[in-house]
Design a protein around this ligand. Structure first.
Ligand code: T46
Length: 132
């Protein structure tokens, strides 16, 4: 079973340029309550390094590229995010780490809830125990 689930977006546009629309409960398979974006990540930095107890998210690499490691407590998978017309689902209870950011990388993240630090599992052993 693959951990990486993608959603492909329709690209609209014409000779003027391109546009992708993201709509909650339509091409994004949850109601979007929060959006944030990650940019300016320094070379060699590893971000994430946590799982969420309840939060469901989707990542879209708007510019540049980065890698994401997904871990469900049993299997790990590394994926490269290089496309702005495709979203990577980030389900609850998936340990994730983002790294190898290109200097121009802009990573958009859509979430089904507001920011809540208590939803984060930041200790890997505690995450593994919660998965068992
Ligand atoms: C995740 C991955 C993909 C806020 O104040 N509001 C927010 O909505 C978020 C997401 C973060 N913050 C604050 C908390 C920290 O002081 O922004 C700072 C940087 O956040 P953090 O170190 O958690 O960033 P990442 O890149 O490690 O993780 C983020 C999200 O926090 C996380 O939910 O799944 O991106």
């Amino acid at each position: 079973m693959t951990l990486a689930r993608y959603v492909e977006f329709a690209v609209r546009g014409d000779q003027l340029g391109w546009l992708v629309a993201l709509e909650g409960n339509r091409n994004v398979p949850f109601a979007i309550k929060r959006a944030y974006y990650i940019f300016g990540t320094k070379s060699g930095v590893r971000r994430g390094k946590h799982a969420h107890r309840q939060l469901t998210q989707m990542m879209v690499c708007l510019a540049g590229q980065c890698k994401v490691m997904l871990d469900d407590g049993r299997n790990c998978e590394e994926v490269a995010l290089t496309r702005n017309d495709c979203g990577l689902m980030l389900d609850r209870m998936i340990w994730h780490e983002m790294y190898d950011f290109s200097p121009d990388c802009v990573l958009l993240v859509l979430a089904d809830n507001w920011y809540d630090e208590t939803d984060y599992l930041r200790d890997y052993d505690a995450f593994k125990a919660a998965c068992a």
